[in-house]
Design a protein. Structure first.
Length: 275
């Protein structure tokens, strides 16, 4: 395995064109998903694209931004938070260094995707380098864009097989004015699965729903703070028992940062470890 460190898009194109004959290319950046980003064979050329980072355009009024593919998710989240906005698909492993391109390539979304949808629902445009070293563009930088083949969605979950992404445009949402989380200790996995399935089918408009081993159910609500108490009571009624805990504000945020870190995954696990 050879690791190339291109400094810009042009150098990246040259690295793809000049790769050893017969070698395949695997783009890597944050390295937070080693099960997905570790080259599987000696004939794979790993391209470290971590230098391609930074937000190049952000229009809070239009709820869209454009950034280089190796921009850390945490950096994007910080910039959006200054304007009361966020990435609704809730990409995991942000604190560990996950990048925007890595989230798209792996198709990873977090617990908030329950309400708002996954990565493919928010990608508007992409620029990537194909196997011949050409720079390809697809989609655009605005929400109402319907021109051409939908290349941006094709790149979601592509795992670097279709090209090396260098730039992405995404849409964002306003962050809820308030959030609250109920923690239910149901004690039995089968019952927890049954309750969570019922909640997902119901009319409760949940922001997130997470089931952790063994039988721990996390239910998050977001929106108008004046309506949260009544909505919370409807969740309690639907579950049929009182929560072990009820978190607000910073405690709520800290809990979901922990969830996004996938701390429940054993550190020596590779099949589902952070990638």
């Amino acid at each position: 395995m050879t690791v190339a460190l291109p400094e810009d898009v042009q150098a990246l194109q040259e690295a793809v064109r000049d790769r050893p004959e017969g070698a395949r290319v695997l783009p890597v950046a944050g390295g937070t998903k080693p099960a997905l980003s570790t080259p599987p064979a000696d004939d794979v050329l790993a391209l470290d694209v971590s230098g391609l980072r930074g937000i190049t355009e952000y229009d809070p009024a239009e709820l869209t931004f454009t950034a280089l593919a190796a921009t850390p998710v945490a950096e994007v989240a910080e910039a959006l938070a200054e304007h009361g906005q966020y990435l609704p698909f809730d990409p995991p492993l942000g604190d560990a260094g996950a990048t925007l391109g890595g989230a798209v390539a792996a198709g990873t979304a977090g617990s908030n995707a329950l309400r708002h949808g996954g990565v493919r629902d928010f990608v508007l445009g992409v620029r990537f380098i194909d196997g011949t070293g050409r720079l390809i563009s697809g989609g655009g930088r605005v929400v109402k864009n319907a021109a051409g083949f939908d290349l941006p969605k094709l790149m979601v979950g592509s795992m670097g097989r279709l090209g090396v992404m260098v730039q992405l445009s995404l849409k964002v949402f306003p962050r809820p004015r308030a959030t609250t989380t109920l923690l239910f200790e149901l004690g039995d996995r089968d019952r927890a699965v049954e309750v969570s399935s019922a909640l997902m089918r119901g009319p409760l408009d949940l922001d997130a729903l997470d089931l952790e081993p063994v039988g721990r159910l996390l239910v998050r609500l977001g929106g108008d703070p004046d309506a949260l108490d009544a909505r919370t009571q409807r969740v309690v009624d639907a579950v049929g028992e009182l929560p072990r805990d009820h978190l607000h504000d910073k405690d709520d945020e800290d809990l979901w940062r922990t969830v996004a870190a996938l701390t429940w995954v054993p550190p020596d696990t590779t099949s589902c470890a952070p990638a």
